[in-house]
Design a protein around this ligand. Structure first.
Ligand code: HEC
Length: 158
């Protein structure tokens, strides 16, 4: 019996091998489905800020504390600026519940101001003076949103 054991074990694994990837209904082909329907927020704004915005901000602050040197020195600046610019679009979409039209516009406008400053920071890689200028404008705008929508908490240092 023992000599058939490998064959028996192989036979047992056959159904597993045959299964392939778990199939999902092809949601992209449903006409009325938009990306916004499928890419729902994974977590709340507090965790968005804590795990996406804050690490990028800390990386930028450290990298710009002194003149960055070469590709290696500027790499964290590119990373932080790009993450904060691209994720501003997601922030803009997540207007707090219960915000009236005026507040909603304000939320989106400040997100756009952060986007523009981080995009300019991304574009200024290699030029320390310009980078510091755009970084400073970006932080002013982060803080402006926190003054307006987080009761003045989380005033970030440059
Ligand atoms: C459009 C509004 C808005 C913008 C723009 C914004 N934030 Fe925030 N941020 C919030 C709100 C609201 C909170 C408070 C969330 C809560 O606690 O419910 C917050 C909280 C935070 C916190 C505290 C998180 C914690 O763990 O305590 C950090 C850090 C932060 N933001 C970083 C940033 C950075 C860096 C930027 C700019 C690159 C930025 N935020 C831009 C709205 C914004």
């Amino acid at each position: 019996m023992i000599k058939f054991l490998p064959i028996c074990l192989f036979a047992l694994t056959l159904p597993l091998l045959n299964r392939g990837p778990v199939s999902q209904p092809d949601k992209w082909n449903q006409e009325e489905t938009s990306a916004a329907d499928l890419f729902q927020p994974v977590d709340n704004m507090h965790h968005f800020m804590e795990y996406i915005s804050e690490p990028s901000y800390k990386g930028l602050k450290a990298a710009l504390a002194t003149q960055p040197k070469g590709r290696k020195g500027w790499s964290p600046v590119k990373s932080g600026a790009l993450i904060l610019a691209e994720t501003s679009a997601l922030v803009a979409e997540r207007v707090p519940e219960g915000a009236d039209a005026e507040k909603a516009t304000q939320w989106k406008q400040i997100s756009l101001d952060v986007y523009n400053a981080s995009k300019a920071l991304y574009g200024s890689v290699g030029d320390y003076e310009q980078a510091k200028k755009h970084y400073s404008v970006m932080i002013d705008n982060c803080n402006r949103c926190h003054q307006t929508f987080a009761n003045g908490k989380y005033q970030l240092k440059k």
